[in-house]
Design a protein around this ligand. Structure first.
Ligand code: FAD
Length: 488
């Protein structure tokens, strides 16, 4: 780690962004090791030109995560300063106010943020401040993983193989035991003034019930996953009706835990419990997908809006407000789709298998552009991530890197029957179907009238008729795909 001893013991600003933790936080560790006063700073950059400001669920998470971080920094002796506005101006003003000699941060990878960070670093340096950035968010930085020909990878499996052949990511560093505080209080915003929480109707009850934002919550979730779920991960990760995955995604998204921490803790568990090794290997591979998405974003700055496969620019998408609304509200008449969309609305999270099936339904059955779905996920997911979200939408739509081919259209009934065979997931999120027998829970329209009556289901009243016929929609999608210019 570089030596940040500044000759005059000038304060060091640590600019927190998507690294809301104390452990394995290289920018904070470097500042702490200097012995100089540390000024932890978070800037609310409500930039009207930002094409992707945090959505509603993400703002809820950020509010609580900042509160936890602020408490933890108070405990270390250096309170978190909150300021609002253009980060360059905020940082330059703070440096002038305090005589700070250095600004340290951990890198972020979204295109707009990266461009802004480069400009900020250059400007601060030109004004005589030290400005340094570190890697807290990834196991392998995107520019370090290359094909033999020196090109970025476009296919996951060789990408991950290349990552695994690299030097193992360094072990996480501990949180600083103590920070030297700046000697006088500084004026800052109050978190409440940023109105990150819903101001109108309180839709966040399900989020509060489901999550514990913050570093402690993240650490507990990882520990619990490794003890209780990891061994069965490989077998259960596709079962939305079970607690079969880690649910670490929002914690990783906000940097309340870093991938190096997850990596090393998982490897230690596999070492101590060989019976969990296969599950852990599968889990590490999913962390690999997260790395791959960041790799793609780094090399494809237009990932959020432009199909990587340029042929898809000419795809005949439909403008279907009604279909989009039914999908968003979980009222399509396809139980697995509706369960997923309601889980998302209620908890800010959706199981990965169901994310794939709901996304496929939007893009292929409804022929609604993937960007519309990605926008809805962006607003409703607590883990909404500028790399993972668009990369996965493009993957499902068939226009991304290593994409699922367009002609592979998920059948929502078969997906439900295969991955939620007893209907536990559907019953949990679509309670109006709870009393249907297993055989009909994924296709209530096919159930005998008597069975529906016994289960209290009145199609078109208590639960919608399907908004489309999947077989016909599939044919329509394939016709549209076949008409694309230059299709293989
Ligand atoms: P686990 O199965 O426990 O996996 C561990 C970690 O690996 C996850 O926390 C996540 O960081 C990473 N991971 C797992 N699967 C993927 C994947 N397919 N791509 C990238 N990283 C992965 N994930 C997000 O974090 N943010 C998003 O905005 C997001 N949008 C998605 C949109 C669509 C259409 C799809 C199909 C997937 C999306 N994912 C996104 C990926 C995945 O669904 C979630 O990461 C996963 O469901 C989170 O649950 P978990 O933490 O229990 O995952």
């Amino acid at each position: 780690m570089p030596d940040f001893l500044l000759p005059d013991s000038a304060p060091i600003i640590v600019w927190f962004r998507e690294d809301l933790r104390l452990t394995d936080n290289p920018a904070l560790a470097a500042a702490a090791a200097s012995g100089n006063p540390v000024l932890p700073l978070y800037v609310w950059e409500d930039d009207p030109a930002d094409p992707f400001p945090p959505g509603g669920a993400a703002r809820w998470w950020l509010h609580h995560s900042l509160r936890r971080l602020s408490d933890a920094l108070d405990h270390l002796g250096a309170p978190l300063l909150l300021r609002r506005g253009d980060p360059l101006r905020v940082i330059a003003d703070l440096a002038a106010e305090t005589g700070a000699g250095a600004v340290l941060w951990n890198r972020r990878y979204a295109t707009a943020g990266r461009v802004r960070d480069t400009r900020i670093k250059e400007t601060l340096r030109s004004r005589g401040l030290r400005a340094e950035s570190f890697n807290a968010a990834l196991l392998f930085e995107p520019w370090t993983v290359r094909t033999k020909a020196g090109q970025p990878f476009r296919v996951f499996t060789p990408f991950w193989r290349a990552c695994l052949a690299m030097t193992e990511p360094p072990a996480p560093t501990p949180a600083p035991a103590r920070l030297t505080a700046f000697p006088r209080p500084l004026p800052g915003s109050s978190l409440a003034d940023w109105h990150l929480l819903p101001t109108g109707p309180d839709w966040a009850g399900g989020l509060r019930e489901t999550w514990q934002p913050g570093e402690d919550g993240a650490r507990e979730r990882l520990a619990e996953f490794l003890v209780t779920t990891a061994a069965g991960y490989k077998a259960n990760r596709d079962r939305p009706g079970m607690e079969g995955t880690s649910r670490l995604s929002p914690h990783l998204r906000w940097g309340e835990i870093g991938p190096r921490q997850a990596w090393h803790a998982a490897r230690m568990t596999a070492h101590a419990h060989p019976e969990a090794a296969a599950g852990i290997e599968a889990f590490l591979r999913e962390l690999g997908w997260r790395e791959f998405c960041h790799h793609l974003l780094h090399h494809e700055p237009g990932l959020a809006h432009t199909p990587m496969d340029a042929r898809f620019a000419a795809f005949p998408w439909r403008d279907d407000e009604e279909g989009l609304g039914a999908w968003q509200r979980g009222r399509t008449g396809y139980p697995i789709i509706d369960a997923g969309m309601r889980q998302l609305w209620h908890t800010g999270w959706m199981h990965n298998r169901v994310r794939m099936v709901t996304a496929s339904f939007l893009v292929k059955d409804l022929l609604i552009p993937w960007q519309s779905g990605a926008r809805w996920f962006w607003d409703t997911l607590v883990d909404a991530d500028p790399a993972d979200n668009p990369a996965n939408w493009q993957w499902v739509a068939g226009c991304g890197a290593d994409a699922a081919p367009f002609f592979r259209v998920f059948n929502p009934v078969l997906q439900g029957e295969t991955y939620d065979p007893r209907g536990a997931y559907v019953r949990r999120w679509v309670p109006e179907l709870a009393a249907l027998p297993d055989a009909w829970v994924h296709k209530p329209w096919a159930a005998p009238v008597k069975v529906l009556a016994q289960a209290g289901v009145r199609l078109g009243e208590t639960y919608p008729h399907p908004i489309l016929d999947h077989a016909a929609a599939r044919d329509r999608a394939l016709d549209a795909f076949r008409a694309l210019p230059g299709r293989d």
